[in-house]
Write a protein that binds this ligand. Structure first.
Ligand SMILES: Nc1ncnc2c1ncn2[C@@H]1O[C@H](COP(=O)(O)OP(=O)(O)OP(=O)(O)O)[C@@H](O)[C@H]1O
Ligand SMILES: [Mg+2]
Length: 472
């Protein structure tokens, strides 16, 4: 079956099915005058044959206008036969005098609308346009859902991943807080998105707060908002992330890095289901589901008194643990193919295959940066690969086994040599990108550790990584 594109509907033909030659001709004239291409058929059987023949050419109608009473296969039978096909076009029924009851029955069985004879030109056009518009919206909706689905698809068939996926499905429908734990790049955000998208709040906002990326003195205002003039620099009144997530899900990422003082306020907000903006006297009710993620051992942080025990219990109602990639190596080929396909899609070409040697190399690597590191490597490698398959050499090149290539960058980042820059600004950006990318790699993708080793503020490093799109 040909795939329908939402936009192509405007140019798609209309199929008119009626045993009355005069009506066929009248409709054909009216519709072609309006710029539609028109196909005609004198009964259901002929209409189905025509649809088959056109479908083989990749052509489908935007809408079908069908008479109710026809010799042989009548309107209802035609509707039923059509309904058995994948992605059937919308059908508007045409009923004769005294036939309205059957027309209503047809609508009950899936026709989108009906028209009464004698046909009024204007009414025909209005009904047709509405049917096509509705169809377009439905198709757009499906396309959107599909996109969302693949963006956050949780890949992995290893036993642990199967168990995790089942847990995610079970927990998604509940309101309980979930604490997602796993090393850097294991897929904590992917899991959080899945919990949101599979749950009853899917169409409501999903708000991510990276607790590590906010400077300590600003965290309260970021989370809860502030009133105008409540502190130096607060020139405007501002809504916080808690309020922005109202009705939906609040994802507290890197929760282990939240300062103690802010922890107390978050706990209060969660327990009372309300927030107080900085500088405000009254409270604002919020209805949110909370998900939190960390790559630290929060229980240990509780012992060390850097994390509040009461908040830990409040967040850890359902613990989900994502094992590191090296503990589920069977998932590597599946993930690798997924990322090769995604890269190919972005570059608008066929996906690269994976040679047996390359696959073996990927399966035996350590993956300190977990799935993110695997993804970055494959994205980089698919740019260099010259054959139809990713070879061992392609993988090694990007992995830095060849020092002359180790400074090369992934596709999204543009030029390769900072000295080739035309302006100082460009040079600075190129070099910073190379520098931070390398340092992050050296620290297994761990931002906190990278910041410590560089003697930089974590929030500052996050800004750089975001700016140069180094992480995601
Ligand atoms: N199971 C998976 N299936 C598909 N893609 C995945 C999976 N796990 C991770 N990824 C991809 O790997 C990258 C890192 O995932 P994600 O951001 O969810 O990790 P994280 O655990 O939140 O990392 P960090 O601790 O660094 O924030 C993303 O591009 C994500 O799409
Ligand atoms: Mg994350």
């Amino acid at each position: 079956m040909a795939k329908e594109e939402p936009r192509a509907l405007d140019r798609a033909p209309i199929l008119v099915v009626d045993d009355d030659g005069d009506i066929r001709m009248a409709l054909e004239m009216l519709l072609s005058y309006e710029g539609y291409e028109v196909w005609t058929a004198k009964d259901g059987a002929e209409a189905l044959a025509r649809l088959d023949a056109e479908d083989a050419q990749g052509r489908r109608p935007a809408c079908v206008l069908s008479d109710m009473k026809m010799p042989g296969m009548d309107g209802l039978e035609f509707l039923e036969a059509l309904g058995e096909r994948a992605e059937a076009p919308p059908v508007v029924m045409i009923s004769g005098h005294g036939d309205v009851k059957t027309a209503v029955e047809a609508v009950r069985r899936g026709a989108v609308n009906f028209l009464e004879k004698p046909l009024d030109d204007n009414h025909v056009l209005v009904t047709l346009r509405a049917a096509i518009r509705e169809r377009r919206l439905a198709l757009q909706n499906t396309a959107l859902k599909k996109q969302l689905g693949s963006r956050w698809e949780l890949i992995g068939e290893s036993e642990v991943m199967q168990r995790l996926k089942k847990q995610v499905e079970q927990v998604a429908g509940a309101e309980a807080s979930v604490l997602i734990t796993g090393e850097n790049g294991t897929g904590k955000e992917v899991v959080a998105r899945n919990l949101h998208l599979l749950g009853p709040r899917a169409s409501e906002p999903f708000v991510t707060v990276n607790c590590a990326a906010i400077p300590e003195e600003l965290i309260e205002s970021e989370l809860f908002g502030h009133e105008k003039g409540s502190f130096t620099g607060a020139n405007e009144r501002r809504t916080g992330h808690f309020e922005a997530a109202d009705g939906g899900t609040l994802f507290l990422d890197e929760i282990g890095d939240m300062p103690l003082e802010a922890q107390a306020k978050v706990l209060r907000a969660l327990e009372n289901h309300e927030v107080t903006r900085v500088g405000a006297s009254e409270t604002v009710p919020v209805n949110i589901r909370v998900l939190a993620a960390t790559n630290a051992d929060l229980a240990e942080a509780v012992e060390a008194k850097t994390f509040r025990m009461d908040l830990f219990y409040r967040l850890n109602v359902v613990p989900l643990v994502i094992p590191p990639l090296r503990e589920r190596r069977e998932d590597i080929p599946l993930l690798a193919r997924h990322f090769l396909e995604a890269s190919a899609g972005r570059q608008g070409r066929a996906p690269l295959g994976l040679s047996a040697e390359a696959e073996e190399r990927l399966m035996s690597a350590d993956w300190a940066g977990n799935v993110r590191q695997l993804r970055n490597l494959l994205e980089g490698a698919s740019v260099f690969a010259e054959g139809a398959e990713l070879s061992l050499e392609d993988v090694d090149q990007v992995q830095g086994a060849h020092p002359e290539l180790s400074g090369r960058r992934a596709p999204s980042s543009g030029a390769e040599d900072p000295f080739a820059a035309d302006t100082f600004e460009e040079f600075k950006e190129e070099s910073e990108t190379l520098f931070f990318r390398r340092k992050l790699e050296e620290n297994g993708g761990n931002v906190k550790r990278t910041a410590e080793n560089l003697g930089m503020q974590r929030s500052h490093l996050y800004k750089k990584l975001d700016r140069y799109r180094i992480r995601d």
